[in-house]
Write a protein that binds this ligand. Structure first.
Ligand code: ADP
Length: 265
């Protein structure tokens, strides 16, 4: 029987992610472009994933768009909330997982996975940059670093310089004041990571932490935030090996399920 391909496109505030799934399980191609909604990012992520998989749009039996900019992607067959995608994606990879923490460029979500990987419950902070990738990007800019360098620069920090402001703008001023005092950069970054971890831990606790807990979203690539969150929660976190692609992965899974439901499979 011929292979069936489905595609998930996750158009975020910061990055566009695309993933092609073969027969509902194997990843045939994927791409992450660091440009989100309203940019050329979504189109580029799709083209790159097609070229990696050696496929074209005609080969895709179902295309689901998700993420903040999902309604702008007219090539999709349907759209789906990223909450459902993250639950489906994590469940497919970790069937026992009960909670997901997803930290992206602009929001922070705690998600409870229900039966069969369905969305059961969630809490979200999308009203302010604190506790999100944006907070880390602002701080990295002040420190003349890329977000991808933060974890390495803070590794082995002897202590944590606490950031007391939760507001990103005030926290940025605090970091600048610390720089003026010749603060240790590693200790300062450890404080920045802790600030994100405190916000995330508080949201997870409000939802109710059921283990295993899996982390998704681009911020999961920052080992400093992961370690700080483990410390805050006093529990181990499983980092998804496709953390930033998990939303697109879940969308491709849901596209696969939709096709099979329609065809009575
Ligand atoms: P969105 O879906 O809102 O676009 P993502 O889940 O793609 O968000 O995550 C984007 C965030 O991921 C960025 O704000 C940044 O903080 C973080 N990030 C992206 N790449 C890396 C990396 N290589 N190392 C550390 N953090 C990263």
């Amino acid at each position: 029987m011929a292979d069936t391909y489905t595609m998930g496109v996750d158009i975020g505030s910061t990055a566009s992610k695309c993933l092609i799934l073969k027969n509902g399980s194997a990843i045939a191609g994927s791409a992450i472009i660091p440009a989100g909604t309203g940019t050329s990012g979504p189109g580029k992520s799709v083209e790159t994933a097609f070229s990696k998989a050696g496929l074209t749009r005609d080969d895709i039996a179902g295309l689901a768009a998700t993420g903040y900019g999902r309604n702008t992607f007219t090539a999709a067959d349907f759209t789906v909330s990223e909450l459902s995608c993250h639950a489906a994606g994590v469940h497919a990879m970790f069937p026992d997982a009960k909670t997901v923490v997803d930290i992206g460029g602009q929001d922070l979500k705690a998600i409870r996975i229900g039966k069969g990987g369905a969305l059961d419950n969630f809490l979200m902070n999308d009203k302010c940059a604190a506790g999100t990738g944006r907070f880390l990007e602002v701080m990295a800019r002040v420190l003349e670093l890329d977000v991808s360098e933060l974890a390495e620069k803070s590794r082995g920090a002897a202590k944590t310089i606490k950031i007391s402001s939760t507001c990103t703008v005030f926290a940025e001023s605090e970091v600048i004041s610390q720089l003026a005092l010749n603060a240790d950069i590693g200790e300062l970054i450890a404080g920045i990571h802790e600030s994100v971890a405190v916000r995330a831990a508080s949201l997870i606790r409000r939802l109710g932490l059921l283990l295993p807990l899996v982390m998704t979203g681009g911020v999961a690539l920052n080992a400093g935030v992961v370690a700080a969150l483990e410390k805050e929660l006093g529990n181990r976190i499983i980092v998804s090996p496709i953390a930033q692609l998990n939303g697109a992965y879940g969308a491709a899974i849901l596209a696969w399920r939709k096709i099979n439901k329609t065809s009575g499979g």
